[in-house]
Design a protein around this ligand. Structure first.
Ligand SMILES: NC(=O)c1ccc[n+]([C@@H]2O[C@H](COP(=O)([O-])OP(=O)(O)OC[C@H]3O[C@@H](n4cnc5c(N)ncnc54)[C@H](O)[C@@H]3O)[C@@H](O)[C@H]2O)c1
Ligand SMILES: O=C(O)CC[C@@H](O)C(=O)O
Length: 641
């Protein structure tokens, strides 16, 4: 049975404090607190930071740097107490989320530091680390409670002191040193530890990282989860998040990147989109891919993706992803269906007014020095009819805003929709085209919608009507649109999406619409407002994080939607399979065979997929997992702590 490992068989983990247990260098924080508001002390502040950096990267002696820093700082006892309170809020993310491990293994995780007992002890006490399991320096205070120096009989006040100090514990069993600095690596190098992890969650020091290569006993750890995983401790995550790779393309909003990094994932970003070959190369080893509308995730890409679990479309449209192929691979796809809706609608209203008033053409004339003050051809939008094709999230929101402008709204949709306000549904597209002064397209980008608007549809529009497309480029026959404008059948157009769009801002744009009168072209920016992009970043990153960490598929566009709570004090098995008969029965037989205690179970299916979630209590065997993974029809299987 798989049980929480007992402490006796585990190595003792010795953690450095500054930039390892906490995210920061304590004396730098103290210097900030003492000097940052005093312009006269800014040189002292910089001197402290310089000394810290030189010592941590092994450029100058540690003992020397320590003495010098205390003599500049001269902190009082109150300053030190204040520092401890600040540091409690600066504990490294991966340490903070593994509090339970500290509690489950008292005495097994210890601290060694060139810092000071006076501020380290109160911080680590919150994690159950006793004073006797902290090796650090002590300050010397004068009669006024001001620190004037460092106790000299402590080996930690001198160079190479960590390895000497460590001997005082006489630890039985293996010792593992974890730290960001050169003095931490020296513990391993000097034989004081069996293994060493260069801890780079907060800072990566070149010399230390370089020293870890080429030795089996040393490695780089991007988080404490990784150390716990390697050392056989049962940490917060069954698979260390820092080993999960996320690749974010097309300028996904920084808020999403920040959320992924806060949760400990390894995130890389690229500004533009990638073509198929480049994506096939880049996707190797990637668990989560983030894109917008310009990256085509084809079957070939999905076939090549060896680790892919989820795709986040940081936009509304998902037509750029082969959803069928994604489902066949058990890859979950998410988007942000409502986050940029309002931005698109506001732009349509803006275009409608600008085109109806002829403002765009007048502006172009003004830029060439032509003043043409006249009302000819300029109209109010009030009492005009807008014909909305595709009455989904955007179409129906547009309906509300257009009515607020006093427009008459008619719409056409292939599906049954809730009509907003006084809008009128038309069951025939032709009837709508015959009445609309403005036709605005808001259909989705499904392949069947290719060229649904062409020569025949333009011919059926009212003479002199306006045409707006902010949906997808391929739904309109662009040559037919250009001809309708040239022939003056259409009075003007607002076009934001094109059959061929540049992949990055550095690629050229070309279109038959270029240079035509009263045609406003925009580079697919209907949803590109700061508000929308941030909202998309928040929404899509939350969907992806909830899927990865707990299996939640709410709002997935291809997976059966199951809303799940966090995994607390139990294990969760996530089983994605082809929707074929017998899978659930096989899963239950395995559960029964291995006597697994089921706490909760869900099954949801759609046409292609079945998704089974089973929560079991903490005991389970590896063989049971192997059998679950081998069930006929399984596409993806994973277990969460
Ligand atoms: N320009 C941009 O920056 C931008 C931003 C966001 C969304 N979009 C695009 O806007 C479009 C609409 O987005 P949404 O969120 O409203 O999508 P949605 O899925 O909520 O609505 C689409 C609607 O179109 C209807 N429809 C599909 N095919 C149709 C057809 N042939 N004839 C009539 N109705 C049809 C559907 O039934 C649905 O009601 C999508 O193509 C989306 O990709 C563009
Ligand atoms: O930002 C994008 O690339 C796409 C915007 C829009 O077309 C969408 O589908 O949401």
């Amino acid at each position: 049975m798989h049980m929480a490992p007992s402490s006796a068989n585990l190595a003792t983990l010795v953690l450095d404090f500054d930039s390892t247990f906490t995210k920061v260098e304590a004396l730098d924080v103290l210097a900030e607190q003492l000097f940052s508001s005093d312009p006269a002390r800014l040189t002292d502040l910089n001197a402290i930071k310089e000394l810290t950096e030189l010592a941590m990267s092994g450029e100058i002696g540690f003992g020397e740097a320590l003495q010098k820093r205390i003599q500049i700082l001269k902190p009082s006892r109150e300053d030190i107490a204040g520092l401890a309170e600040t540091l409690k809020r600066q504990v490294s993310d991966s340490i903070g989320r593994n509090l339970k491990v500290f509690q489950e293994h008292p005495g097994k995780i210890r601290i060694i530091s060139g810092g000071f007992h006076e501020f380290i002890e109160p911080v680590v006490a919150d994690y159950g680390i006793k004073a006797e399991h902290v090796l650090a320096n002590r300050l010397i205070f004068d009669d006024n409670g001001i620190a004037t120096g460092v106790e000299q009989d402590n080996p930690l006040s001198k160079d190479g002191g960590k390895i000497i100090a460590l001997q005082s514990w006489a630890v039985s069993g293996q010792v593992v040193m974890i730290g960001d600095g050169w003095t931490d690596f020296e513990v391993f190098k000097g034989g004081g530890a069996d293994r060493f992890y260069a801890f780079v969650e907060n800072i990566s020091r070149e010399k230390v990282v370089a020293a870890t290569t080429g030795n089996e006993a040393t490695q780089v750890a991007a988080s404490f989860d990784e150390v716990l995983h390697n050392e056989g401790y049962e940490g917060r995550y069954s698979f260390p998040r820092s080993r999960m790779k996320m690749l974010m393309l097309e300028n996904v909003h920084p808020v999403a990147i920040a959320h992924f990094r806060e949760e400990g994932y390894d995130v890389s970003t690229l500004k533009g989109a990638l073509d198929e070959d480049a994506l096939i190369e880049a996707i190797q080893g990637v668990h989560v891919l983030g894109i917008r509308s310009k990256t085509n995730v084809t079957r070939k890409v999905l076939d090549a993706a060896d680790k892919l679990m989820a795709i986040g479309a940081f936009c509304i449209g998902t037509n750029q992803i082969d959803l069928k192929a994604a489902s066949e691979k058990g890859v979950a796809v998410f988007n942000a269906p409502y986050s940029n809706t309002r931005s698109v609608v506001e732009m349509v209203m803006g275009l409608t007014v600008v085109l109806t008033r002829n403002i765009y053409s007048k502006s172009i004339q003004m830029h060439t020095g032509k003043w043409d003050k006249s009302a000819t051809g300029a109209h109010e939008v009030r009492n005009k009819t807008i014909g909305i094709i595709g009455y989904g999230a955007i179409g129906s929101q547009l309906s509300v805003l257009a009515e607020a402008f006093g427009m008459r709204v008619i719409y056409y949709d292939v599906a049954e929709k809730l009509t907003m306000g006084n809008a009128k549904r038309y069951r025939s597209l032709d009837a709508l085209l015959a009445e609309a002064d403005v036709v605005s397209l808001h259909v989705d980008g499904r392949a069947e919608n290719k060229n649904i608007f062409g020569k025949a549809q333009f011919a059926k529009m009212k003479d002199g009507a306006l045409f707006i497309n902010l949906s997808r480029g391929h739904v309109v026959d662009i040559e037919a649109l250009a001809e309708a404008i040239r022939s003056k059948k259409i009075y003007g157009a607002g076009v934001d999406v094109f059959p061929e769009e540049p992949r990055t801002n550095d690629d050229p744009f070309d279109s038959p619409l270029m240079g035509l009168d009263n045609v406003i072209l925009s580079p697919h920016i209907g949803g590109s407002t700061e508000e929308a992009q941030e909202a998309i970043g928040e929404f899509a990153s939350e969907r992806l994080l909830n899927f990865i960490s707990r299996g939640d598929t709410t709002f997935s566009v291809n997976m059966p939607n199951v809303q799940l709570s966090e995994v607390e004090g139990r294990h969760r098995f996530l089983h994605i399979h082809k929707n074929v008969p017998g899978v659930m029965a096989s899963i239950n037989q395995i559960m029964a065979k291995y006597n697994l205690n089921i706490l909760a179970q869900h099954l949801k299916t759609n046409e292609q997929l079945g998704y089974v979630i089973v929560d079991v209590d903490r005991g389970y065997s590896k063989e049971a997992l192997d059998e679950l993974r081998a069930v006929n029809g399984t596409l993806k299987f994973r277990s969460l702590v």
